[in-house]
Design a protein around this ligand. Structure first.
Ligand SMILES: C[S@@+](CC[C@H](N)C(=O)[O-])C[C@H]1O[C@@H](n2cnc3c(N)ncnc32)[C@H](O)[C@@H]1O
Length: 258
């Protein structure tokens, strides 16, 4: 049954979609794209593409996560759910840019999966104020354009969930210049998780000093892990890719203007 509380008449640019794992997402008419993979499922995608791979690679007592972008909050909420279950003593600070304030304000009524049942206070606080703070957890939504907001972040991050709409639909959040700004606020051992496996996007990260790895196989389609430190994963030889494909180049802000 569709969630009656989530009033889509007030959000004419969005459509509610039930994904393969039974969890709900939205389709954005503005970007002509779903917020999550309908085939993988919203919760499954969040867990397998972002939260679990990053959880396995970054085992510190205190972590700063950059969630690009907040959207329906699945990545932020799944992170909180997963750490509360498996590493409850970890201190988490999650920073998430998002320009759709109206969407975030509406999420108190969203029909989230049962895994988020214990997070109701957090969901309500974020929806109401754009932030939440407790002993071990801080969530900060930066309302506005991520390209601008990233310049205001004055703390270094350990993990970046790069989960914008696709490079085709939202190219500004996939360029070499965007990843240069991400690099500036990254710790020396920071990692990026993303669903994109496209060579221009991998080059956008690689040409900023990130090493490129194939995500280990999970229940969902494979993605990319980019890392500033060496990882014990299958590395993609980007030098060889450039030799073999002379026309391969990173996506650039210059391509957006034309
Ligand atoms: C694919 S959705 C993110 C899904 C989210 N990670 C989740 O787990 O629910 C992409 C989000 O990026 C936001 N967005 C797109 N371009 C943006 C920009 N330049 N600045 C801030 N937010 C942006 C959209 O409003 C949308 O909420």
């Amino acid at each position: 049954m569709q969630n009656k509380l989530y009033n889509l008449q007030e959000r004419p640019n969005k459509e509610l979609i039930t994904t393969q794992d039974g969890t709900q997402t939205l389709y954005s008419k503005e970007f002509d794209e779903c917020y999550h993979s309908t085939k993988d499922g919203a919760l499954k995608e969040s867990l397998n593409k972002h939260i679990i791979p990053a959880f396995k690679l970054q085992n510190k007592g205190s972590l700063v996560v950059l969630d690009i972008c907040y959207g329906l909050g699945y990545n932020t909420l799944t992170t909180i759910y997963y750490y509360q279950k498996h590493r409850p003593n970890t201190k988490l600070h999650i920073i998430a840019p998002e320009f759709d304030k109206e969407l975030v304000e509406s999420l108190k009524d969203f029909n989230y999966p049962k895994e988020f049942n214990n997070l109701k206070d957090i969901i309500n606080a974020i929806s109401k104020t754009g932030s939440y703070t407790s002993n071990n957890l801080k969530v900060t939504i930066l309302f506005g354009d991520a390209r601008e907001q990233i310049k205001n972040i004055d703390t270094k991050v350990d993990i970046i969930y790069q989960d914008a709409f696709s490079p085709k639909k939202n190219p500004a959040l996939w360029t070499k210049e965007w990843f240069a700004d991400i690099k500036k606020i990254s710790k020396a051992d920071a990692i990026i998780t993303t669903y994109s496996v496209a060579t221009p996007i991998r080059l956008s990260m690689y040409e900023n000093g990130f090493k490129i790895y194939t995500q280990p196989k999970t229940e969902v389609r494979s993605g990319t892990i980019a890392s500033l430190k060496d990882l014990n994963l299958e590395q993609v030889d980007m030098k060889l890719k450039k030799i073999r494909n002379k026309s391969a180049k990173p996506l650039s802000d210059k391509d957006l203007a034309s």
